[in-house]
Design a protein around this ligand. Sequence first.
Ligand SMILES: *Cc1c(COP(=O)(O)O)cnc(C)c1O
Length: 468
Amino acid sequence: MENQLRHLPSIKKIQDSQEYQLLSQKGIGEKYLTLLAQEAVDEVRQQLRNQTVTGSQNDIYNEVCQRFTKKASMLINSPIRKVINGTGVILHTNLGRARMSEQAAKQVYSAATNYTNLEFNLETGERGSRHDHIEWLLTKLTGAEAAAVVNNNAAAVFLILRAFAKNKEVIVSRGELVEIGGSFRVSSIMEESDAALVEVGTTNKTHIEDFEQAITDETAMVLKVHRSNFNITGFTSSVSRESLAGIAEKHGIIFYEDLGSGAFFDFNQYGIGREPVVENILQEGPDLISCSGDKLFGGPQAGIILGKKVLIDRLKKHQLMRTFRVDKMTLAALSAAIQSYFSGDHGVSENPTLNRIMEKSLLVKRRALLLLQKLQRIHGFACRLVPLRSPIGGGTMPDIDLESYGIAIKHKKLASQTLAWQLRKGDPPIVGRIHEDDFLIDCRTVTDTECEDIAAAIRKISSAYDES
Ligand SMILES: *Cc1c(COP(=O)(O)O)cnc(C)c1O
């Protein structure tokens, strides 16, 4: 081993390497390149000591250079990379939920690279409010009296509880105490906001009397929470919005609904789910509602708050609004997403989330056939068209899966796990799912141009395997 350690290259030798020179020419500072060269040498030294790496002097040099190049490329390439989503899950939380339109991207680009009227009233030349731009659009879209936007829906829930129910009581049905994606739990958020949770009813049944009986002088709010990622079926009953609005009004407390996803498009009308449209929900009487910007809405990460002006005005003035407010890029993207809904087709052609939820399975099939055609006769691979069902994801419409089509890809020798790994490692990375022995690409979440990328990746794996 001591012998092998002597084979470790000097920093000077790395600095003289072609790889180092190339990166230096790309404009990366010497300070950082030297630091990473040192790190690469240290790592390989450790591995030689543990005997997890052995080899000739040349092997060791190559190992150090490889590590160095990999690290150094991370100094220049975006860490947030484009990924091809072959999972079929339209709102895939791990893959960044909603994809945005070209128009949204353009508006973000302009906001990012220029000064903007974010908090400047161009009419009067005086200070303006960042809320105004988006509030106008949101009220037009939903008929709400007022609107505000915060960092995400979790922030909206927290802010609303903190602003209106701190040191007071909030009544929630036991059937709605949800945990979403393992990290958002209504009861925990409530605890952090210093609002006391009063649970009523049972998991499957809650009646209006349960709410009535729980109201005391300490009650600030009744909270309704959307059952985003689960469904209770069978012997169930819950209290209607009208009834909750009625008792809230009678007792002078706030009725707030956390909608989670929030549909701004009537999917129900097309037989997809039973999600009521936000505009209609507001008419059923909640004082406040909130939802995510990057779930069914199809915009950037944001928390959209809609409702009574007196309440929204208090939220806007709350100290915590400063901590949860969104930046100019989010506002630019969100405006574009809202604006997509004003078109004749209510955003279906422009908004990628709506577009893919609404896409007819026949069109998905056509895309799958296009991909299949590109994948035919690639050596070592057998591919076939398969009917699939794809969930919408992101904790929305838990009981819905859309009819879809995809391609099952199989290599004659490679295990599907290995194939999945090779495709993830590629550029762009391709993420699919494995079912039994097949690697599947669901074409509902893939674009036509991405079909070519997938075929190129498969061809590359094919020729690498043929050579070895
Ligand atoms: C998703 C969700 C949240 C959290 O929203 P984010 O935008 O992810 O912060 C809160 N409540 C419900 C019911 C949800 O479905």
